[in-house]
Design a protein around this ligand. Structure first.
Ligand SMILES: [Zn+2]
Length: 502
């Protein structure tokens, strides 16, 4: 419907004409951004108006021209969530396989002998990416950081899902190997690491030229223990040349912690500090095994301070670790120390709302303190915290001038009822079930709970087939030639096995 064109703000124009104006009218609850207080706060019964790719108005009584009107009287409106760490091209294949998967002889980490048993081709990766973006959009994510080894069609497929994304091409100087399942060998090829860095720069620059305008890049030297100091330094220089952030895994397992203390005599975080890697243009996933983690038994308490003082970002992905019995022990200490924090899904499910729930609950379990982190602090990490890590003050918040990355939650959904505090109802109970609409860059990509950009029936069929092929070949990717079923038996005895190689 259209309002009186003479009575309100003039719509913005774009290269193709006037921008589309969408009004979410009289929104019952809104998590709006209070710039002065630097916090989200609740507002009630206001109009949220999207003008093109920006938020044009936030307040009562908008009476400017409108192209599309949405009744907000039974909606909670919040900023799009930011998933700062995911591997969407490969993780969806692993559902049913890696939930109870940690290697007890590697301090519960699955990384070194089994995490890469299921492999797929570029077609399978594109399917996985589409599936994961469908999940993320359904859980209110509008921005995602995708760490993948480059493959054919990566950028085009990502752009097609309608999400805003940072492509992080991964590479390393070494890969992990094991001959016995309880110790890690590093197979080094330093020249190859340097060559892959050059290729990653090309991939990143190409992504930034994508016509969607929604793709950006970072550089992803894969892990602190698989990259030489030279590769990390060259990566940092290349990232700075291009205005990009550097994103690597560090302090993600006790095996890695012990390897780095063996090599250097200091913790992974301290070594990163010593070589000049830490800083506002560096993100570490997952920064769990620091000198304050009880498993490491390392003297001193300096790692969290180094992270905070340097402005280094931490991508916190609690779910995948918790399934294997690992936890970042005092998230509240990170928050109160001033560590710049974002939240990521890392593996499946690509469900940010469930990840946020786990971030809150696991922090309280690990400390025995309900006050360890609050729901508001977790919401901040999943929105403005992630935006800060991405260097994007126009994301993660509902404010005039910010990007129109907006999520609508159906307050009438039974899982949201009764309504008192919609954010708590969403995070602790309803999760993705109550997400009704999502806008990215002002484009309506989830409507009535349906993702408009992904043909989910075709994608799930393709995903099943890619998964089945991957598991048929799994034994070839295990050091002792064990099958997928031997490494990860089904959760109950019996069951049909036609899709599982024995
Ligand atoms: Zn990761």
């Amino acid at each position: 419907m259209s309002g009186d064109p003479g009575s309100g703000p003039t719509p913005a124009t774009t290269a193709t004409g006037p921008a589309t104006v969408t009004r979410i009218a009289k929104a019952a609850w809104v998590a709006a951004w209070d710039e002065d207080a630097a916090t989200h706060h609740y507002l009630n019964d206001i109009d949220v108006v999207l003008v093109g790719d920006r938020i044009g108005h936030l307040g009562p009584g908008y009476d400017g021209p409108v192209d599309a009107d949405i009744d907000g009287r039974d909606r909670f409106v919040m900023p799009g969530l930011i998933d700062v760490h995911a591997h969407p091209s490969t993780e969806p294949l692993k559902k049913g396989f890696r939930e109870e998967f940690g290697n007890p002889r590697m301090y519960m980490s699955p990384l070194y002998d089994r995490a890469f048993m299921l492999q797929t081709d570029a077609a399978g990766q594109r399917i996985g990416l589409q599936y994961a973006m469908w999940e993320l959009l359904r859980s209110g994510v509008t921005s995602v950081v995708d760490l993948s080894f480059p493959y054919e069609g990566w950028a085009e497929t990502m752009a097609g899902t309608g999400v805003r994304a940072w492509l992080v091409p991964s590479y390393a100087s070494a890969h992990w190997s094991t001959g016995d399942g309880h110790s890690v060998d590093y197979i080094w090829d330093e020249a190859r690491g340097m060559a892959l860095l050059d290729e990653a720069v090309v991939v990143g620059r190409s992504a930034e030229r994508d016509p969607s305008g929604r793709l950006s890049a970072m550089l992803g030297p894969a892990q602190i223990d698989t990259c030489t100091e030279e590769l990390l330094a060259a990566s940092q220089a290349a990232a700075r040349d291009n205005g990009w952030t550097l994103h690597t895994h560090a302090a993600q397992s006790l095996v890695e912690f012990q390897e780095m203390t063996r090599r250097h005599g200091v913790t992974p975080v301290q070594w990163a500090s010593e070589i000049g890697l830490l800083g506002p243009d560096c993100i570490l996933a997952h920064a769990i095994f620091t000198d304050e983690h009880s498993w490491t038994r390392w003297p001193g308490r300096t790692d969290v301070r180094l992270l905070a003082d340097s402005g280094t970002g931490v991508a916190h992905c609690p779910g995948v670790f918790a399934r294997n019995g690992q936890v970042l022990e005092d998230l509240g200490h990170y928050v109160r120390s001033g560590v710049r924090l974002g939240i990521g899904t890392d593996s499946f499910p690509h469900n940010m709302l469930e990840e946020m729930r786990q971030a809150a609950i696991l922090a309280r379990v690990a400390t025995g303190d309900v006050g360890s982190v609050t729901t508001g602090e977790v919401f901040a990490a999943a929105t403005v915290g992630g935006a800060d890590l991405l260097g994007r003050p126009d994301l993660g918040r509902l404010a005039v001038g910010a990007k129109a990355d907006v999520v609508l939650v159906d307050l009438t959904h039974p899982a949201m009822q009764p309504v008192r505090d919609p954010l708590r109802s969403l995070v602790y109970t309803a999760a993705d079930r109550a997400v009704s609409d999502v806008f990215v860059d002002g484009r309506h990509v989830v409507a009535g709970g349906q993702v408009t950009t992904v043909d989910i029936e075709a994608v799930t069929a393709g995903l099943q087939s890619a998964r089945d092929r991957a598991e048929a070949g799994a034994a070839a990717n295990h050091f002792a030639g064990r099958s997928g079923l031997q490494v990860s038996p089904l959760s109950l005895p019996g069951g049909r096995s036609r899709r599982i190689a024995r």
